[in-house]
Design a protein around this ligand. Sequence first.
Ligand SMILES: NC(=O)c1ccc[n+]([C@@H]2O[C@H](COP(=O)([O-])OP(=O)(O)OC[C@H]3O[C@@H](n4cnc5c(N)ncnc54)[C@H](OP(=O)(O)O)[C@@H]3O)[C@@H](O)[C@H]2O)c1
Length: 257
Amino acid sequence: MTIGFIGTGVISEAMIRGLCDVAGYTDQIVVSKRSFDRSKRLSEAYSNITICETNAEVVDQSDWVFVGVLPDQVEMVLQALSFKTTQKVISLVAGVGLNDLKRYVYPCEHVIRAIPMPPIEFGKGPLAICPSDQAFETFANKIGVVVSINDEDQYNLFGAASALMSDFFAQIASVSNWMQLHGLDPAASARYASALYESLAFLATKESAESLSLMSDACQTPGGLNEQFFTFRQSCGIDQSLHDGLNQILERLKSNE
Ligand SMILES: NC(=O)c1ccc[n+]([C@@H]2O[C@H](COP(=O)([O-])OP(=O)(O)OC[C@H]3O[C@@H](n4cnc5c(N)ncnc54)[C@H](OP(=O)(O)O)[C@@H]3O)[C@@H](O)[C@H]2O)c1
């Protein structure tokens, strides 16, 4: 099977590297020439990657076509191309719904939306998929934790939650910076903060849906440090601001579709 990427940007590169390095994918991968430095780097790193001169060549040669351009580019890029009914199109593009995508790639009807996150490069992270597709899920499970859903409105919840990335990194950096402000060496601060967040996130992945909500309580000894910190932060309204922020992103995603 040949897979192709139209738009060889940050997320396409992460996905390609995950496929080649983690999943051991050795079938043919074709990439568009745009972002030539990145395409060239990939074709030099992996012998199964070929750069195509045009997007049309990518489509012609691919059984599955991944779309990794920016949201405001997708209509123009896809409508200029001819898709076949036998192909599968997997859009990584945020905020462009299935109905629009199907119009752009007509007569191809096998259209899937997916949200890979940058850690996919290392075979980590969630990979939201809509609608469910057994063949693609089997493929994607090798590089991420697949969560598939048929309801596109609910799929937008994953899209909104994926906007947490910048806030998450800022929080780790802020903990690290706070330690440095108190005189700790920058390397030790960063090492401690990132290992702390990584290990706690790892524990969360081991929990069931029910027990996840109990983890915070379980860490709070009455009168202890965790309880004091948690109570203070709650009184600052962090839960409300998290929900308000996610609601804003959700509304934005819905209004685009
Ligand atoms: N980054 C993430 O964490 C992430 C996660 C999930 C989903 N997404 C989605 O994935 C998509 C790509 O995001 P990104 O972060 O990878 O963006 P990016 O790095 O800016 O990549 C966009 C790519 O599209 C290329 N492109 C633009 N016009 C093109 C055309 N006419 N033909 C072929 N390629 C064209 C660009 O090439 P040039 O550089 O030559 O312009 C660039 O390589 C977005 O729609 C985003 O919503 C991103």
